[in-house]
Ligand binder design. Structure first.
Ligand code: ZN
Length: 57
């Protein structure tokens, strides 16, 4: 099984148990709940910004 991260709430989820998903610009995002999916749809850019690992600032 593949695990992924809900971009809205940051929760780790299994793709197979995701409540929903959206494909955007060739990337599929999975959501733990329809509420998270709706938040993503309302403002996708807020959640699709590149966030490379690390917290250099
Ligand atoms: Zn979520």
């Amino acid at each position: 099984m593949a695990s992924t991260t809900d971009p809205v709430c940051g929760m780790a989820i299994e793709e197979s148990s995701a409540a929903g998903h959206i494909t955007r610009e060739g990337i599929t995002y999975f959501f733990c709940s329809s509420a998270c999916q709706q938040r993503f749809e309302a403002d996708p850019q807020q959640y699709t910004r590149d966030q490379p690992g690390g917290t250099s600032s």
